[in-house]
Design a protein around this ligand. Sequence first.
Ligand code: GLC
Length: 709
Amino acid sequence: MTEKQLSELLQDMTVAEKAEQLVQLNGDFYGGEDFLTGPAAAFHLTDNKAYRLGSILGSDGAARLTKLQDEFIKEQPHHIPAMFMADVIHGYKTAFPVPIALGASFDPELVRETAETAAKEASAAGIHVTFSPMADLARDSRWGRCMESFGEDPCLNSKMTAAMVRGFQGENCGDKGRVASCFKHFAAYGAVQSGRDYNVAELSERTLFEDYLLAYEAAVNAGAEMAMTAFNTLDRIPCTISRKLLRDILRDKMGFEGVLISDYNAIGETVIHGAAEDSRDAAEKAINSGVDIDMMSDCYLNNLEELVKSGEVSESLLDEAVMRVLKLKNKLGLFENPYKDASEEEEKQLHCCREHMELSRKAAAECSVLLKNNGILPLRAKKIAVIGSLCESRDIVGSWAIFADNSKTVTLRAALEEVCSDIEFQFIPSDTPDEKAIAAAKSAEAVILALGEDQLGTGESRSRTDISLPEGQKRLFEEISAVNPNTVVLLFGGRPLAIPEIAEKAAAVMELWLPGTAGCLGAADILSGKASPSGRLSMSFPYCSGQLPLSYSAFNTGRPKDNGVKEFIPFLSNYMDAPNIPLYPFGFGLSYTSFEYSPIALDRDILTADGGITASVRVKNTGDRAGKEVVQLYIRDVKGSVVRPLRELKAFKKISLAPGEEQTVSFEITEKMLRFYDINMDHTAEKGSFILYIGPDSTTENRTEFRLV
Ligand code: GLC
C-alpha cells in the first residue's frame, strides 16, 4: 500500500478498530478448548473480538498461522491482516548457541548468519516478527538472563546486537526469508539490583548513557523495526510508562521510529509496581509514554477506546501509534500477501536441514571458550570415562529455544561417539561419585566431566544468589579428579559460574555454554582437534558471587590495589576474603597454539579532532597448529572531567593464522572513539593523555600512549 492509502485506511477506521490494532494476546486465546471460559473470560473478551486484534504472540506453524490469518482478515472490518510475533531468540527449529555464547565468538558475521538462518526457518513457519536480539548489558551473573545477553561490554554488545538485527531483517524485513527484529528490553534490564530478575535498576544517568544504552542505539541504527520495553524501573519509574525513557531518549534522542511494544503484561504490572491507579490509569500513562502495543494485559483492550472517546487521550496520539503498526504490516507486505512466507513445504525443507545443523555445529565450535589446558587437549587418550548427567541431556539448547526440534538435539554422548570414534568411551550419566563412576575414572586414561547448568537452571526468572556449582557436582569433581588427574571439565550453562576449585585442579576446562541443536558436535570437533578453540569470554568469570556485579571496565578508585596482588591489604579498595580480579577475565580464551604480539606501532602519537591514528601490531602464530586469535583494542582515558574506566574495549578483529604465519592487524583510532558523557553530560572527547592496549584479552599490558590535542 502507498502512504496515502495507509492514511485513508486509518481515517476510515473507528476508534474501536484502532484500539484493537494495539492489543497483542498469545495463542491461548485462539481456538483453545477453553476459549471463552479461560483466558478470554479474564480479559472480558467477547467471542470474536480476539480476531480483530492487531497481532498475536507465541504461535507458529505455516498451517496454523495461515488458518488464523484467514480468520483475522474475515473478522476485521477493514480486513487488516494480523502480525505474528514470536521469541526466535537464537534459532527457530535449529537452535544455535545461546547469545552469551554467540558474544563469545567475537564474530559478528557468524552472529548475523545464525540470525539470517533463524529468520528463514521462522518465516517459513508464518512468523513475521521476532522478539530478538536482547541488547541488555549484563555484568551480574546472578541474573539468569545473562544467557540471553551478549555479555558485559558495550562495544561487543553493540556489534553483536547490530549483526543480529541485520541477520533477521536483511535490507527489508518484507523480503522472503526475513522477519522484523524487535530489540529488547528498553532499558537496562540487565542492571536489576542484586541480579534478581524483575527487580529495580538503580543507575546514574551517566552510567545508563555511557554503558547501558549503547547496544539499544546500535539496534536502532541497524534499522530494527520494533523495540520492547523492560519490566524494571529506572529512576524509580517503570520503564513501560517512562516518557523520559521512551519518548525523550528512545524516540527523540536515538531517533527510533518503529513500533514500541510492552513486555508481557508490563503495562498491567505498573499497577503492581504502585505507579498506576488501575488498568485504565496504566493504559493512559503507557499510550502517552509512546507504547504502541500492549502485550498480554487488558489495559488497552478494555480502556483505550473509552479513554479516546472521553477525550483523556487524543485521537491523534492513538492515530500515531496505529499508523506505526500499519506501516510495519505494510513493510512486511502483509496487505498484498497476508501469509508472507508461510509454507508447509518450505518448513519441511528448511527446519533442521543439514546446512543449518552444520552452522549450529560450527557456531558452537566458534563460541566454546578453552579456559585451561595442561596439554591434555586435543584428546589423545584412547579410553575415556564420561561422567555427569549432562553428558546425555537434551536440555542444552537454551530455555528460549522454545520452538527447537529437541528430537534433533545431539547430546554430548552422541557427539563424542560420532566424532571421536577411535576412542573407547564409558558413559556414566550420574552426578554422584558412586562406585561405578569412581571405578570408571580409575580404569580410564582420562575423564570428561560434564558439569554446570542445563537450560532449566538459567534464563528468565532463574536468578541465583550463589553461582558456584551445586554441592553434588563439586563433590563429584573432587572425588573423580582425586582418582584420575587427567580430568577434563566441560561446563554447560548460560552464565559465568564460580569454579575456583576446578580451575585449580582440572587438567582442562572448556566452557560450552548451552551450545544448541548440533552444538555438542562442535564441542567434539574441538576435543578431537578437528577444530581449534577460538571463543573468548563475553563475561568475566568471578571467583565467587560476592564479587558481583563485576566487569573488567572498572575504575581506579582513590585507593587502588595492584590487581595482580591477591591478598588483603588494609586501607586499599579490596576484600578481606577474595581478590579484586576475576578468575578468568573478559576477552580471555586459550587456543591449541600460541600467539605472539609485537609492540604497538602508531603512525603518529598526536590525535586531532578531525585526524586519525593508525595503530598496528604484528601477530604471529608461534605454535605448530593453525588457530584463530581475537585481537582486542582497549583505550584508557587517563584523566577526565569525570572519572574514566581503567580500560574500555573499542575494537576487535578475529584472525586465522597457520603455524608460523604472521599478520599485521591495524585499527583506526579516532576522536569519536574517545567521546564520553562529561561533567555536563555533553558527549564529547577531552584533550589529554590516553593509553592504548592491543592484545589477547582485557588484561593485556601490550601498550603505548598518545595524546588528543
Ligand atoms: C517474556 C520476556 C520477553 C519475551 C516476552 C514474550 O516475559 O521478558 O523477553 O519476548 O515475554 O514471550
